[in-house]
Structures are given as C-alpha cells and as structure tokens.
Ligand binder design. Structure first.
Ligand code: MN
Length: 232
C-alpha cells in the first residue's frame, strides 16, 4: 500500500439526485462557444470544430452553496450549461457509441472572470486564470441517464435575483452531446468521473456579491448558488 507524506486530498464529487451516493469527479472539460444564436445551419461543413478548456476537479461546488466573490476580477460572469457525466472509459469513441459512455446529466455554471479572459484573448495567453479558479464550477445533482434519457432538447435557463438572464434550448447546441463526447475522446481517453460542461446559451453577464443565481435544464435539474463577499 502506498504511503503518502501528507494526507491525500479529498476526492472531489457532485451530488446525485435522489441518492445519498455521490459521483467522484476526475476531470472537468468545458466546451467553448456551442450555441447558435439562431437556428443551426445544416451540414457539418458550416461548423467550426469545438474547442475545450479545463477546470480542476475540485472546482465543483454543490447547489445551495455560497461562493465568495473570487479574487483578481471585477467582472465575474455566469454561464449556465448542461453537464455530461462520463461513466465508461473510451478513446476515439465513435459518435454512434458516444451516448453509451454517458452516466448521467446535470446543470452547471461555468463561472468566468471575464475581464481576465478578455485580457488573455488579446495577449494570446491561456484561459486558466479566467476559468479554472477555486469554486468556479457549481454543479447541481446529477440525474442518471437511465432516468433522464439522453436529452436532445429542453429549455436551459439562468436567472439572477429572479430575473431571467439566459435562455435557450438544448436543441440549439451546435455540437450535440454525442459529438462532444466523441470529439473530446479524440484528444484524451475519457474516464469514469470526467465531467463535460457543454457550453452556454446567449445572455451571459456579470454578478455581484449578494446575488442569488438560479438555473436549470428542463427534465434534468436545477442549481442555485449565491455570491458572497470576497474572502478577507
Ligand atoms: Mn462556458
């Protein structure tokens, strides 16, 4: 048995709807832009390939939490997203098999330090400091695909203090879940415990300390977090 010089870190995990068991998180992959503002054009040739960035596994936060306003930003943005939870390993997964690798679905918020992201884009620097900070991946309880099925449509929405800010439909995903899983698995071997945040619909915007963020995906679940004062 391996002995460690320091106690190993706690295993990051997210809740499972209707269960006391939790889903151990291995990695978090996130898709960049993935919703068409208008009806998607037919034909793969019209679509730019999806691109990915990552967050640390322990960036996950349970629904109902208060998240201190993070450091280094004055423009913290919400991005509501369908989250895909991988249950079966796969490398170069064919698109037609991709959904069999999905364990379940949830609703997440890709919190983003937009000012740092804008700076990074201008300087052609990595996105890590804008995306991969502490507590940057709130994720509601996962619903097993055995219960939810694999959603191809459904309203996705986010509100701040009860006022709707983001609204879309999963049918507007430029790259649907099966494509995202297949394409992600070309770059890395997906493993059980991996989460994929699938991109956000229009309407992203800033939140302030004291704001209450609620969101959901019809048929999948909801999430609610509040933004607290910055850490002292
Ligand atoms: Mn996002």
């Amino acid at each position: 048995m391996t002995e460690f010089v320091l106690a190993p870190p706690a295993i990051a995990s997210v809740a499972i709807a209707g269960s006391t068991e939790r889903f151990a998180v291995r990695r978090i992959f996130c898709v960049g832009r993935n919703y068409a503002a208008h009806a998607r054009e037919l034909g793969n040739d019209e679509r730019d390939p999806p691109f990915f960035f990552t967050k640390p596994a322990d960036a996950v936060v349970d629904t109902g939490s208060e998240i201190p306003y993070p450091p280094l930003t004055s423009n913290l943005h919400h991005e509501i997203e369908l989250v895909v939870a991988i249950g079966k390993a796969g490398f170069r997964i064919p698109r037609e098999h991709a959904l069999s690798h999905v364990w379940g679905y949830g609703v997440g918020i890709d919190l983003t330090r937009r000012d740092l992201q804008d700076q990074a884009k201008k300087a052609a620097r990595p996105w890590d400091w804008s995306k991969a900070f502490d507590l940057s991946a709130p994720c509601g309880p996962l619903l097993p695909a055995a219960k939810s099925g694999h959603p191809g449509k459904g309203r996705i929405w986010l509100a701040v203090n009860g006022e709707t800010r983001q609204e879309g439909d999963l049918a507007e995903l430029i790259w649907p879940v099966a494509d995202i899983v297949a394409i992600c698995s070309e770059a890395v071997e997906l493993q059980p415990g991996d989460l994929i945040f699938t991109g956000t619909p229009a309407g992203v915007g800033a939140v302030q300390a004291g704001d209450r963020i609620t969101g959901g995906v019809d048929g999948i679940g909801t999430i609610e977090v509040t933004i607290g004062q910055p850490r002292a």
